[in-house]
Design a protein around this ligand. Structure first.
Ligand code: IPE
Ligand code: IPE
Ligand code: MG
Length: 250
């Protein structure tokens, strides 16, 4: 079967792709298995998409792996996810190095178990000089929490006289977000068909194109990635303008 990859315009790639990896539990349930079985089978999708993005030349891939709200799940599931995270980092470090992938995180990672934090710090240090794709793992991440933390830091700067209130604009606030230095995602994919953003990158997705697919995350492969990018490339991003302004008749 011909791959959609051939139809992708490499000059019009999203620089930053963000993904809400959803549907692991339902995938397992369909198979009559425990939810953690779905999480384990999600790793192949992560590998496929990371490799697919690196091969195409996408610069940033942000994966929503664990939200601030996910802490309210049953303890056994949370523990299972944390263990999976540690094992995956250890198991994938060679692939990350071979593919020149640089690993970073956003979210309140200080809330993660100590061995998770240690492994993440180790992997980030190992990969810090890699020049290819930047893989951003959103862990214990919440968009509102991120904005609150930015506002707190900014308020402290105002209090100490470093920043004047009238100087505050979008660019200034962005300096205090954890994604500072990373362009806003042009494309956001959500798997499993849910039509919501679940507290992900609230500030950054103001003008992001959305691609929601019924595919459950453990089934997501490169070909699904190509479909999403292809769909993105068919769209007209107007940013409030009219279509005629973007396509003047000469
Ligand atoms: C996404 O799959 C993984 C995490 C949120 C950690 P879910 O675990 O949410 O799977 P569903 O949505 O219950 O199917
Ligand atoms: C969003 O998925 C969080 C992650 C993918 C990590 P959820 O499954 O937690 O989202 P809701 O609660 O159904 O909105
Ligand atoms: Mg879910």
């Amino acid at each position: 079967m011909a791959s959609l990859k051939e139809h992708i315009d490499l000059n019009n790639l999203p620089q930053h792709l963000a993904i809400i990896m959803d549907g692991n539990g339902r995938w397992a349930k369909k198979k009559g298995a425990m939810r953690i079985f779905g999480h384990r089978n999600a790793i192949q999708a992560v590998k496929d998409v990371t490799e697919g993005c690196a091969e195409l030349g996408v610069k940033y891939l942000t994966l929503y792996a664990f939200s601030t709200e996910n802490w309210t799940r049953p303890k056994a599931e949370v523990d299972g996810l944390m263990e999976l995270l540690v094992n995956t980092i250890k198991g994938e470090i060679k692939t990350l190095m071979d593919n020149q992938v640089r690993l970073t995180t956003i979210g309140e990672t200080s809330q993660l178990p100590q061995d998770c934090q240690n492994n993440l710090a180790w992997a980030m240090n190992q990969t810090k000089n890699n020049k290819g794709l930047t893989l951003v793992l959103a862990l214990s991440y919440g968009g509102r929490r991120e904005i609150i933390n930015a506002v707190k830091q900014l308020a402290a700067e105002v209090k100490s006289g470093k920043v004047a209130p009238e100087e505050i604009n979008e660019g200034v606030l962005e300096n205090y977000l954890q994604t500072s230095g990373i362009p806003d995602p042009e494309l956001l994919i959500r798997t499993s068909g849910e039509m919501r953003v679940s507290n992900f990158l609230l500030w950054q997705i103001a003008y992001t194109e959305l691609f929601i697919t019924p595919t459950l995350w453990p089934d997501f492969r490169k070909e699904h990635l190509y479909e999403a990018i292809w769909s993105y490339q068919q769209r007209e991003r107007r940013f409030g303008k009219t279509s005629e302004q973007l396509n003047p008749v000469s």
